[in-house]
Design a protein around this ligand. Structure first.
Ligand SMILES: C[S@@+](CC[C@H](N)C(=O)[O-])C[C@H]1O[C@@H](n2cnc3c(N)ncnc32)[C@H](O)[C@@H]1O
Length: 274
């Protein structure tokens, strides 16, 4: 059932191909992200503007760099990225570095990502892959223990996952991450706390943006507005009740391109187990 969400990884990879994030363009080509994005939006009553999607590139670039900068600051060398999709984060973090990085995603997505890493000759020994659902806490713990038997502290990170999950599912993910962190120590870093009004502002612009919301729902079975938090207070209460100390940062990513200068800082949340 979560497999339906995986198609969104191709859409993000297509948008990311317009950024200057290393490997983004090549990964998009190898994953046929442009064609997959065309198929995702293909409808008789809808014209997708594949090149026009580059206007979303600054947002994706900012989200990526903000997440990774904040993750780096945690000072741990062992990373676990939940729902890593087609992101180049793992490949980049394990290049000429002592870091270890475990990418976690659903089996089909992980198979595709492994193949892409091979094609890029980026199968670094410190880059691992785990094919599982992040809602399966036992499988997640087992995969992390197998990848990192030394019990060092972890940085768990994710972007573009929680937005697709109901509060109940988010709570399961939070419980699974907390279990991991209580066992190992470390922190959880995410850009995935989004609010209903922000999303509605985007979707309610015109008929085309309203149709985009419907198409997302038709393809994934998820309505991102329904899944979003009401506001920051609700998100804080959610994280606290899940057993975390949560801090929200306004993080500026490494976006030096003029096209991104108008963007506000990205919210990045950092959680530690109480
Ligand atoms: C919007 S994509 C984001 C991918 C990547 N983080 C990025 O920013 O490019 C959503 C990702 O969530 C993954 N996903 C959805 N449900 C999942 C689950 N239950 N367990 C693991 N991964 C899941 C999908 O396979 C997909 O790769």
């Amino acid at each position: 059932m979560y497999e339906q969400i995986s198609s969104t990884a191709h859409v993000i990879a297509h948008i990311r191909s317009f950024t200057n994030i290393p490997y983004a363009g090549t990964i998009a080509l190898l994953a046929h992200a442009r064609e997959e994005t065309a198929a995702f939006y293909h409808r008789d009553d809808f014209d997708v503007d594949l090149d026009g999607m580059q206007k979303l590139a600054p947002w994706i670039e900012q989200r990526f760099y903000s997440l990774h900068q904040r993750a780096l600051r945690q000072g741990h060398n062992d990373y676990v990225e939940l729902a890593s999709g087609l992101s180049p984060g793992g490949i980049l973090r394990t290049e000429e570095s002592e870091n270890r990085y475990l990418e976690v995603d659903l089996p089909e997505m992980i198979a595709q990502k492994k193949k892409i890493a091979e094609q890029l000759e980026a199968t670094h020994p410190n880059l691992g892959f785990a094919a599982l659902s992040v809602l399966d806490g036992a499988a997640l713990l087992k995969a992390v223990q197998a990848a990192y038997p030394e019990m060092h502290e972890l940085t768990v990170l994710n972007e573009g996952l929680l937005q697709y999950l109901t509060h109940e599912e988010k709570r399961t993910v939070a419980d699974n991450v907390r279990r991991l962190l209580r066992f190992r120590g470390g922190t959880w870093v995410t850009t995935d706390i989004v609010y209903k009004n922000e999303l509605l502002e985007g979707y309610e612009q015109n008929d085309k943006t309203r149709r985009v919301r419907q198409i997302m729902f038709e393809n994934t079975g998820r309505d991102m507005v329904e899944c979003a938090f009401e506001n920051e207070a609700e998100a804080h209460a959610f994280m606290e009740s899940a057993g975390f100390f949560a801090t929200r940062y306004w993080q500026k990513g490494r976006f030096d391109s003029p096209r991104a200068s108008h963007l506000e800082h990205q919210q990045v949340w950092v959680m530690s187990s109480r």
